[in-house]
Design a binder for this molecule. Structure first.
Ligand code: NOJ
Ligand code: CA
Length: 559
């Protein structure tokens, strides 16, 4: 049996076309009433996920962590944090997911750990020049007394990428590199102990039955050995991102995964233009690489067509597939991005943030129409697709969180000028009339909710307007966003995963159309309705009025 084709069904491996639902664990469902989502909460609500018609889930990090960066500051890679239910809850969720035929992906964070990780604590204690420090990137400072950072790199979250340690006697000593928050020291991947440790982490979770990993900042682990100064510290950092040596790590992990003989998947978080991102899915490397280019485009026919073309063209040397996505825990929700009527300038050095986290006044109805159209278009593209919890409810970004509730380190490190990412991480609304909108399950039996004891408020406050988006309000309404997602994912199952994308020249600047096998997918951005030629067949699903303005429609010739 080859890795790409399952012998029995002759269907391509699931990861070539699967749809994965991203679970921001803290915000999905809270089973024990402490205001923090957990794995038992997910297990209790697994029917919602399975009912969407997805192929699997990806859990954002749920390992022990001081939680300075939403769990991307991992203190122990080998177990589940007790706050999320610990290992028993993991095993129960894994089994429940597998029983429904859902794949389970974990989040792997190999670029950095938490400053509370045992290795970093030992490195701090062991002092300069020690083997323990050689697992991280420690350097002496520059200038008199070493008071200046070793180079001029900036942290992605704002401020310098270096923090200086203070010895127990109060004397300042070496600096360590952190591409993100100061609580997230970068590993030194030139040290073979680091690679060995992560091999063990992969094996630990594969042995426990997980089906793959989403790899955090997969293009950052290898740094230029000289750590040179940047000409423009506010611009891109080519010495940190996308160093060629990083591909060696993925070849090693791919071989490790292939050794299991199951259909495992490795998906890389790589914020690079499509041509460079495609390098990560060359033969023998990752199975999937996120395509973040599309979600950085405005809702515009030309921008979408160019972005999709760039990605599809870049696949010529690839063996893996693109993982399309329009939402995540790192960007403003699509409804808000597409509905912004009056974007305010954003104060950030992070180029990706500029296009994905603008804030300002929003026309929510327009945003929802466009987000529905973009979703149906995305689901027609060749490759895998990722959904982010809450997008199936049409949730807008929560832009009006009280400042004192914000937890994203970006807020603090930007001196309160950038809101950061909390607004897409607000706990989900399930039931309009229940405490915490049903985010907190009073018991495992939801019917008891009315008699729930007072519950702890969710870790981020839910706005009153969340009532309009609750699952229970949308469940029975065929016009709801939720019902649309279910229909769209159902129709996608009939798409031939191997059918190539062929553009159809429809002579319109405000609309695009392409063929995938029996289907034609046509999107009218903001122009007049489309005149669908008879050979496209019947409209089988539409994000709005078939063929209408701000709508995607799928046509099928043989239906
Ligand atoms: C990307 C993750 O998605 C984001 O949430 C995190 O802050 C950074 N990597 C650092 O781990
Ligand atoms: Ca909880």
């Amino acid at each position: 049996m080859s890795d790409n084709i399952t012998a029995s069904a002759q269907r391509p491996a699931w990861w070539r076309h699967g749809v994965i639902y991203q679970l921001y664990v803290r915000s999905f469902a809270d089973a024990n009433g402490d205001g923090i989502g957990d794995l038992n909460g997910i297990a209790a609500r697994l029917d919602h996920i399975a009912g969407l018609g997805v192929d699997g889930v990806w859990l954002n990090p749920c390992y022990p962590s001081p939680n300075r960066d939403g769990g991307y500051d991992v203190a122990d890679y080998t177990v589940i944090d007790e706050r999320y239910g610990g290992m028993p809850a993991f095993e129960a969720l894994r089994d429940a997911a597998h029983a429904r035929g859902l794949k389970l992906l974990m989040d792997l964070v190999p670029n950095h750990c938490s400053s509370q990780h045992a290795w970093f604590r030992r490195a701090v204690a062991a002092g300069p020049g020690s083997d323990e420090r050689a697992r991280f990137i420690f350097r002496d400072g520059r200038g008199p007394g070493g008071s200046q950072p070793p180079n001029n790199w900036r942290s992605t979250f704002g401020g310098p990428a270096w923090t200086r340690l203070t010895a127990p006697d109060g004397e300042p000593e070496q600096w360590y590199l952190h591409s993100f928050d100061a609580s997230q020291p970068d590993f030194n991947w030139a040290n073979p102990q680091v690679a060995d440790m992560f091999d063990e982490v992969l094996r630990t979770w594969f042995d426990r039955g997980v089906d793959g990993f989403r790899i955090d900042v997969a293009y950052a682990m290898v740094k230029h050995p000289d750590l040179p100064d940047l000409d423009d510290p506010a611009g891109d950092n080519p010495y940190l991102w996308n160093q060629p040596g990083v591909h060696e790590i993925f070849r090693r992990w791919r071989a490790l995964a292939d050794g299991y003989g199951r259909e495992l998947a490795l998906v890389g978080e790589v914020w690079l233009p499509p041509a460079e991102a495609a390098d990560y899915i060359r033969p023998g490397e990752l199975h999937q690489v996120f395509n973040f280019d599309l979600l950085q485009q405005s809702f515009d026919a030309r921008e979408f067509r160019t972005s999709i073309t760039d990605c599809v063209d870049a696949l010529k040397h690839a063996e893996g597939v693109p993982a399309w996505t329009l939402n995540s825990h790192d960007v403003h929700r699509a409804v808000t991005r597409y509905g912004l009527t009056d974007p305010e300038p954003l104060n950030t050095a992070d180029a990706n943030a500029l296009r994905t986290r603008a804030r300002g006044a929003v026309d929510v109805q327009l945003g929802i129409k466009r987000a529905r159209a973009a979703l149906l278009l995305m689901l027609a593209l060749p490759g895998a697709a990722y959904l982010y919890q809450g997008e199936e409810l049409g949730l807008p970004e929560v832009q009006d969180l009280p400042d004192d509730a914000r937890q994203d380190p970006i807020w603090e490190r930007s001196g309160g000028t950038e809101h950061g990412r909390d607004g897409s991480r607000v706990p989900l609304p399930w039931r309009a009339d229940a405490p915490n909108f049903g985010f907190t399950l009073a018991t495992q039996n939801e019917a008891d909710h009315a008699t729930a004891p007072t519950t702890t408020p969710p870790w981020l406050p839910q706005p009153a307007w969340f009532a309009d988006y609750c699952v229970d309000r949308q469940d029975a309404d065929p016009e709801s966003v939720l019902a649309f997602y279910r229909r769209a994912l159902g129709e996608r199952r009939h798409l031939d995963p191997d059918a190539p994308l062929v553009w159809l020249e429809i002579q319109r600047e405000d609309a695009i159309a392409f063929r995938r096998g029996q289907y034609v997918c046509a999107t009218v951005f903001d122009g007049p309705p489309i005149d669908a030629p008879a050979e496209w067949g019947q409209a089988v699903i539409s994000s709005g009025t078939p063929g209408g303005t701000t709508t995607t429609t799928w046509y099928r010739a043989d239906s």
